[in-house]
Write a protein that binds this ligand. Sequence first.
Ligand code: SF4
Length: 341
Amino acid sequence: MSVLRYAKYPFLRGAAAFVSEQVDLQLKELGKEEFKPVVRRAKQRVMQALKQRRVVTESRELVDYVSEVLSFPTAVAMVSAINDDRLRSVYSLSEAKAAYESLKDEDPKTLLAISRELGIRAKPSAGPARDFDLDFEDYLLHAARFHQPRWKLVNRKLDRGMVQVTQRELARILQEAIQRRVYEKTTVPLSVEDLPESVSLEVGELRENWEKIKRSFGAREAVKDDETNRPPCVKRMLERLSKGEHLSHPERFALTTYLSNSGHAVEEILGLYSSSPDFNAARTEYQVRHLAGEMGSRTRYKPPKCSTMKTQGICPGGDDVCQRIRHPLQYPAAKLGGKGG
Ligand code: SF4
């Protein structure tokens, strides 16, 4: 593979071999002047993971491919030194999401080469172009976490131990495998003392940022919802979505804002809409990110009050808990605590 591909997929074993051919990089040497762009980009990778939940790799704008490739193991070392499981998850998912963005449009030969490297057995399908046959066991192993109906085996075409998937679906499965690989890399024990002083200062700054972000997660998780404490309006919209029914614009607004204010990641919300009959991935992602405050004005929108939901015909009538609240976001606390929040 070319250096450009390694810059896009730096978690591949070939990328590590490429790096060692180019430079004899030891951790202590990262403090040298010549590695400053590498450290800067590595820190940026982690910051992008913290703030945007996705590492941004703009390969068209890249000029220094070697630094881009080197910045990945350096970022992994920084995350290892911070030694926090939750950060490992956030960072590995962000790297995997960046890879997904490239893989979904990747040339099929490269996609299959990367699948092989990740231990996923796939081959071009005899069916539609850009469809693939994926080994049944690999499908089960990686798609088990996906809850949308389209991933259920009963809804898939299965032939002689192979499951047919689209390129986008194969890329999504690879995203899972990549996240696991990156996560494992960040578990290699590393102490800040192993790093040169200039790099450990950057790690200290990242750690501070992470602690601040974690505190805001904590506040959000206090209202994290689950199936047992959802208001009737939200339950009904989710049921209709799972049956593949169309939701009106006000319903989508209410559902998306309810979920994003209840601790759900944008990707989870997107997954719910993917079975919608008029699903358009790019448009839905734009709308959901916008409402979740990840784009545009950076304001996270709130769902409408119950009175507005009633006027819009979204409220199915409510239950006894609803009698004590005026806003759907008050429902989980009212249900758990017995009184309106
Ligand atoms: S009263 Fe409010 S929370 Fe309850 S179902 Fe209606 S809109 Fe939802």
